[in-house]
Design a protein around this ligand. Structure first.
Ligand SMILES: Cc1ncc(COP(=O)(O)O)c(C=O)c1O
Length: 371
């Protein structure tokens, strides 16, 4: 039999797709390299672990697991609605914000006809998920180094553009839009286009005076979806829960295209508890601010150029030696993220670490940079 990829069984937009490559799992590196001590700072996870209140909530009332989840995520959306000060039907919960990204394309784009626009060097999931749905993605080159080019985005959209994605702050650059850039995008983008402002790192960014959430501009634009996640500052990446804030019309349309019971019971329970875990959120924010400052000093000392960030990671430039630096770090048990398949082969993306790992991380980085 010819392969399904070559005999026309698999459509070309799937055949051409390479699966998303996550950061290497710690166990895999331990096994493959025979290392005892491995630290992973490659996937922008919370080094403090999960919210303790979420852990506690997940451990109780497991008898409900024989039942299907609450398909409407009633309790979670009501907790979030109260927290964000919006009506409950303006919140939609999903299995991570990744799911919402794909659902928005499913809801608004006609495959093979429509396009979505995004900055170049942005969260790779936008273009992977567009491709998987046979939707054209258009990338807009950055300005001033790696900064989002708002005017370029406005110039790039056409009658077939259904969605514009902007991560604020952005992964992998760490950069955020200025208040003026955000206001320009929200107000000047044609009203018929759905603007998705991805605020996966909101909880880390919001501690900075110069960060404005798109929430401030909700009144200026109807077709706006703000996406958030419990994967970062709340430490629940493995649980898969995120949410969107939008109009009730848009959340209703997203609901039409989602699979039933998309957010499992444990995820709903964990997210409800995490959302009220103010102590943990504050601790995560404080730890992040300190760790980022510490990492920036280290990179300065090592003469490694790095991008400004409002997230829990830093994009650091190692130049043409990046891959060998990555490999040398890996061989010593430090997993960071190469950026070649994100189009930035000269860079590594390095996430924050737990203070117990500080000595190890700094020592390995110093050793490798000195060699
Ligand atoms: C900018 C951005 N958006 C969305 C996500 C997806 O998060 P999740 O699907 O875990 O909610 C990430 C994860 O790294 C991200 O960096």
């Amino acid at each position: 039999m010819p392969s399904m990829l070559s005999d026309g069984t698999v459509p070309s937009h799937i055949g051409e797709l390479l699966p998303y490559q996550p950061g290497k799992p710690i166990e895999e590196v331990r096994r493959q390299l025979g290392l005892e001590h491995v630290v992973k700072i490659a996937s922008n996870e919370n080094p403090l672990g999960p919210s303790p209140l979420a852990l506690k909530a997940m451990a109780t009332d497991q008898t409900v697991l024989s039942r299907y989840p609450d398909a409407a995520c009633h309790k979670l959306t009501s907790v979030l609605a109260e927290q964000r000060g919006v009506p409950q039907d303006e919140i939609v919960a999903t299995a991570g914000s990744n799911e919402l990204i794909g659902l928005a394309m499913r809801a608004f784009c006609q495959p093979g006809r429509d396009n979505v626009v995004m900055p170049q060097y942005s969260f790779i999931s936008y273009k992977l998920q567009a491709k998987a749905q046979a939707i054209e993605s258009r990338e807009v080159a950055p300005v001033d180094g790696l900064r989002c080019n708002v005017e370029g985005i406005l110039a790039q959209v056409d009658e077939f553009t259904k969605i514009v994605f902007v991560a604020h702050p952005n992964n992998p650059t760490g950069a955020h839009l200025s208040n003026e850039e955000l206001a320009t995008l929200i107000r000047k983008l044609p009203a018929r286009i759905v603007l998705i402002i991805d605020e996966a790192y909101y909880e880390y960014a919001v501690v900075s005076d110069d960060y404005t959430s798109a929430e401030k501009y909700r009144g200026d634009r109807e077709r706006l979806i703000i996406t958030r996640t419990f994967s970062k500052a709340y430490g629940l990446a493995g649980v898969r829960v995120g949410y969107g804030i939008s109009t009730s019309e848009i959340t209703g349309i997203i609901h039409r295209g989602r699979r039933p019971f998309n957010v499992n019971t444990i995820a709903q329970t964990a997210a409800c508890a995490a959302a009220s875990d103010d102590d943990f959120l504050k601790a995560s924010q404080k730890q992040n601010t300190q760790c980022i400052a510490e990492m920036q000093s280290l990179f300065d000392e090592l003469n490694v150029r790095h991008e400004p960030t409002r997230t829990n990671f830093i994009l650091a430039k190692f130049g043409p030696a990046s891959q060998s630096v990555h490999d040398a770090l890996l061989n010593r048990g430090l997993i960071v993220r190469p950026m070649a398949n994100w189009g930035l082969p000269d860079y590594l993306r390095i996430s924050t670490y737990h203070e117990n790992d500080r000595e190890f991380v700094h020592r390995i980085l110093r050793e490798v940079c000195a060699s």
